[in-house]
Design a protein around this ligand. Structure first.
Ligand code: ATP
Length: 206
């Protein structure tokens, strides 16, 4: 049975942290491939302004060009509306019934998990893989949210290299005209500059 990583995110923009931790998880869990899934509208970011879905998708395509072990899917973007992980996993499960699915997320996503639709079914459809991330302590989060205890017992924890990069940090640095090289692939930086993204007025509500 093949093993596929499923890595959802806003990717606004995709950055070197995403690529690095995905590769570490892939090696650690012996996954053949990781599928990057830019969301159309993540349920936990309904109030936030995010860049157009097509723009975020194009940045992921550019970032993955030199990584044959990674693939991008536009299924959530084509579907539109709020991107619920359970629905995405259901589609993947049907289209590749013989593949073992590993849903990959950073520990910060775990905090949002109670806002997710049908977490129980998510655990039936996939192994849930939670990665460490600087600034988020596993014990603290679990203590604060006892309802995650049951889920926690089923999760696979992966300690990845601490990488202090976030999309928020990149957007803020670009807004302030600060350098972002080394924080994201060169091709993505060129795309951002060419499109004038993250210069305050370029963000659009979907
Ligand atoms: P933002 O700052 O806009 O919230 P982000 O950097 O968290 O963005 P997302 O696209 O929201 O990026 O993240 C997609 C997934 O990657 C999430 O599961 C997130 O936890 C994980 N992730 C992102 N950056 C890191 C990192 N540096 N270390 C570990 N996991 C990360």
């Amino acid at each position: 049975m093949s093993r596929l990583g499923v890595f959802g995110g806003t990717f606004d923009p995709i950055h070197s942290g995403h690529l690095r931790v995905a590769e570490e998880v892939r090696n650690y869990l012996h996954l053949e491939k990781i599928l990057f899934l830019p969301s159309f509208r993540p349920p936990h970011k309904l109030e936030e302004e995010i860049s157009e879905a097509q723009t975020r998708y194009e940045m992921v395509v550019l970032a993955l060009e030199d990584h044959p072990q990674f693939e991008v899917s536009d299924m959530e973007i084509r579907k539109g509306g709020i991107s619920f992980t359970v629905e995405t996993l259901t589609v993947l499960r049907k289209s590749c019934p013989k593949t073992e699915l590993f849903l990959i997320m950073g520990i910060d996503q775990l905090i949002e998990m109670e806002t997710w639709k049908d977490p129980k079914t998510i655990f039936q459809l996939a192994h849930v893989v939670v990665m460490s991330r600087p600034g988020y302590k596993r014990e603290k989060i679990v203590d604060r949210r006892p309802e995650t205890l049951e889920w926690q017992s089923k999760m696979l924890w992966v300690e990845v290299s601490p990488i202090e990069i976030s999309s928020t940090m990149i957007r803020e640095r670009i807004r302030r005209s600060e350098p972002v090289q080394d924080l994201l692939p060169q091709k993505v930086e060129d795309y951002i500059l060419q499109k004038g993204l993250y210069k305050s007025s370029s963000l659009q509500l979907q």
